[in-house]
Design a protein around this ligand. Structure first.
Ligand SMILES: Nc1ncnc2c1ncn2[C@@H]1O[C@H](COP(=O)(O)OP(=O)(O)OP(=O)(O)O)[C@@H](O)[C@H]1O
Ligand SMILES: [Mg+2]
Length: 360
């Protein structure tokens, strides 16, 4: 069992509050991704869990044991950093064996455990290689093996593949997911790639300004973003900024009945949640261009006030440049002050009337 409990953790540096009253429970064997823009506090949080940084406030517990003030080597955590920090004067075997030697294990056991961990990361025959004889991806695998060989209860990965090309990064993250599930190790994975988080995580924590904006499984973060920031950060999203008046969100010819109170509001709609129909109205959306991706057609639209939208429709549907489209939203979320005012069910079948349809 390895359960990580972070309670009200803050970290203030001289001029900035890097982590701000952050709480999170990570279950045994769970893989949680910390996702957020640069400077949102992801590394600082991870470093505090690993013991490389001391919190200004709050507590960190692992299986109930308070580790908040313990040095890294006395914590049951293993950390892999973005830039491979292998020892260049040692070969691969010795890099991985180092921590086991510190623990004064016998030679036979060290050999067996190093070989098992090399096997685990797919580098079975690489023990005698020098680190400069490895590719970037192989170096990161060695770094991972070096952490895993110590059998930590909690694995902390800080953008371990960020310096690698896209293709390799995708492959390695699949491997990490594989290893993580085989070993069943509780894992925190920092990334600022949303694809990475969506592909890997049991749960995602979306961070901003040192705080958790939303903590939820990937599909929920995608379908029900709790803040406007999360809505814009995960996946492709369209925003229409306007006002609610008398129960109607209104923007040009686009009108949507809502239950939220009157006032300024932002409507968020996924490209795939639009449906388009031809319109003759002068204030309907104008098609700027349409790109056929084979599986779907992506239509770029512009509203009367210049707002740009992307709508995904069936392949083969004919939307030519300059034609006009009435827009409907099959699913949407309404935000005010970065908070959800109202969300439609993603499966909502109700047609959302525009004036076009209301007048029809
Ligand atoms: N040692 C430090 N001294 C002062 N400020 C720091 C220190 N480390 C981090 N910070 C600040 O804390 C904030 C959070 O930094 P952090 O490295 O945790 O962000 P991050 O989310 O990991 O960003 P990135 O995606 O760029 O790695 C930033 O504003 C950063 O400048
Ligand atoms: Mg970082």
């Amino acid at each position: 069992m390895a359960r990580l409990t972070i309670e009200h953790v803050s970290k203030t540096f001289a001029t900035s509050r890097a982590v701000d009253d952050f709480s999170l429970d990570v279950e045994d064997g769970e893989l949680v991704c910390l996702l957020g823009p640069s400077g949102s506090g992801k590394s600082t949080l991870l470093r505090m869990i690993g013991g490389f940084e001391q919190p200004t406030g709050g507590s960190i517990r692992i299986d109930g044991q308070d580790v908040t003030t313990l040095p890294p080597e006395r914590r049951p955590t293993g950390m892999v950093f973005q830039s491979h920090a292998l020892w260049t004067h040692m070969n691969v075997f010795d890099n991985i064996a180092f921590g086991l030697k510190l623990r004064r294990l016998g030679r036979a056991e060290i050999r067996q455990r190093v070989e098992a961990s090399l096997e685990l990361v797919g580098l079975a025959d690489y023990g005698s290689r020098q680190t400069y004889q490895l590719s970037g991806g192989q170096q990161q695998r060695v770094a991972l093996a070096r952490s895993l060989v110590l059998e930590p209860k909690i694995l902390l990965l800080d953008e371990p593949f960020a310096s690698l090309d896209q293709h390799l990064r995708e492959r390695l993250r699949e491997e990490v997911r594989d290893i993580q599930q085989r070993v069943g190790i509780t894992t925190l994975f920092v990334t600022h790639g949303q694809d990475e988080a969506l592909a890997l995580a049991d749960r995602i924590v979306v961070m901003k300004d040192g705080r958790a904006e939303q903590t939820a499984p990937p599909d929920l973060v995608y379908r029900e973003p709790q803040t406007e920031f999360v809505a814009g950060f995960i996946g492709s999203m369209n925003f229409i900024r306007s006002e609610i008046r008398n129960g109607l969100f209104q923007h040009g010819d686009f009108a949507l009945p809502v239950t939220a109170s009157d006032g300024p509001a932002t409507l968020a709609i996924r490209p795939e949640a639009f449906s388009l129909s031809p319109s003759q109205r002068g204030d309907a959306a104008t098609v700027l261009r349409a790109i056929d991706f084979g599986t779907h057609l992506m239509v770029d639209l512009q509203l009367f006030d210049g707002t740009r939208l992307k709508a995904m429709t069936e392949p083969g549907s004919a939307w030519t440049k300059g034609s006009r489209a009435a827009i409907r939203a099959k699913a949407y979320t309404v935000y005010r002050d970065n908070r959800v005012l109202q969300a439609s069910a993603a499966t909502a079948a109700d047609p959302v009337p525009t004036r076009d349809h209301a007048h029809a």
